[in-house]
Design a protein around this ligand. Sequence first.
Ligand code: G6Q
Length: 546
Amino acid sequence: MATFPRQLSELPAWKSLEAHHRAIQDLHLRELFAKDPTRGQRMALEAEGLYLDYSKNRVTDETIRLLVQLAEQSDLASRTQAMFGGEKINLTENRAVLHVALRAPRGASFVVDGVNVVPQVHAVLDKMAGFANRVRSGDWTGHTGRPIRNIVNIGIGGSDLGPVMAYEALRHYSDRTKVFRFVSNVDGTDFCEAVQDLDPSETLFIVSSKTFTTQETMTNAHSARAWLLGAFGQDKAAVARHFVAVSTNAGKVAEFGIDTANMFEFWDWVGGRYSMDSAIGLSTMLAIGPENYRSLLDGFHAMDEHFRTAPAGQNLPVLLALLSIWYANFFGTDSVAVLPYEQYLKRFPAYLQQLTMESNGKYVTVDGRHVNYDTSPVYWGEPGTNGQHSFYQLLHQGTRIIPCDFIAFAESLNPVGPHHDLLLANAFAQAEALAFGKTRAEVESEGTPGWLVPHRVFEGNRPSNMLLARRLTPDMLGKLVALYEHIVFVQGVIWNIDSFDQWGVELGKVLAQRIVPELTSDQPPDLRHDSSTNCLIRRYRTLRGR
Ligand code: G6Q
């Protein structure tokens, strides 16, 4: 695999964008809309049932033209081909990046090391479906013959955030007779609270871990096993009926005591944060059933195809990635607010935080140089309208510009009274207010006393995207997630970084291991950290009477 000896900031399109930014940075959205009454219709894009209004961005047609040039000069087309072609584009781990194969239809072909992986993908999906149907129908029973009513996913990071988000997002489609819980934190409270009202004889644990060595997950899995065995008089035979695993590591799964017949496999070409549609989605399939799960995968696949084939200027992920780069690298903004006006998407911002920041929070290029430009902004957010009563103050009148992604649906899954029209009115009104603000003249014309006027003026010119779809379905969730996956990919290509490794996470996994014995040893340990860490360890030991 070749490296890419180019300097982003030396590309002609980058230089042109710098000059263009100087020329238009003070243009106000009010002027842009006044000059072009068709802007709202023109600067919109629809693909796969997802409508994007990007007219409230601080861009002109020239900006978009130059950004598309930047994508071209960054070899986006060939890098995209390399990903879909199964090349080892995760350079630092020497791995292919083929989450797109996870949602490929039966009969498609994605090749890794000369092998078409799609049949393996479907073999696992079929095995998952067989298992899910047995659990959902009550045919799979626990140790004492009782059907499973509670499903607890144990996993962390990529083995947790996707499943949690998808369960919450698709709750409307889920089997309401079952209880779903998710345990991730090594803090014992997470596990204890998750199981405190559950009957062990009706509880199934899914231990989800790509490596099956992650400290948090293995600690929680061992506590779960102890909890279960405690209820069954230490009868180890119970484990096989109450534990299944999702992993790439059959050896470790067997060592834990889980029958590998009840292990659902995935592969090293699926990164943790790109794995919610692999077997890591077993809890999602148990919740919504295999057919809805297939529809989720079809949604992902439809967006993959759009991304792979649409020209840059009409390509949703490419355009959104380019706009994010426009703000992060030329306006110097350092965060993006993701604002779903859909309660079911309450965990979507948290999910996106890992996807975006673990992928693109990097300062070294693929060829090992320090970047001389910013990479991923901080992604954060809360569902509307709650955010409006908290941090939107800063979005409207703070000193920083924070580009916003609004996500809304025309139809509610819970149509009750006037709620949905009110919800959507709020989403549209917020985007409008951010863009156009409220001028001094407007505030004065309302009879506002002079001293209060500055406080009530809104400068506006705050950019946002509005994503609007008909309804939150499994298919649409798949499209939305794939949209952001590909946004992250395009950003990474342009920033010339490896979006698929996570050395920062690996560091944390190692560091804590060294301190554990220093906290627990009977004898005072020989501490060789810095004075702050040494002091904290000693104080903890004193507080714990050690
Ligand atoms: C994701 C990261 C990380 C990972 C967790 C859990 O891309 O690699 O968040 O998912 O560390 O790892 P395991 O699935 O191996 O337990």
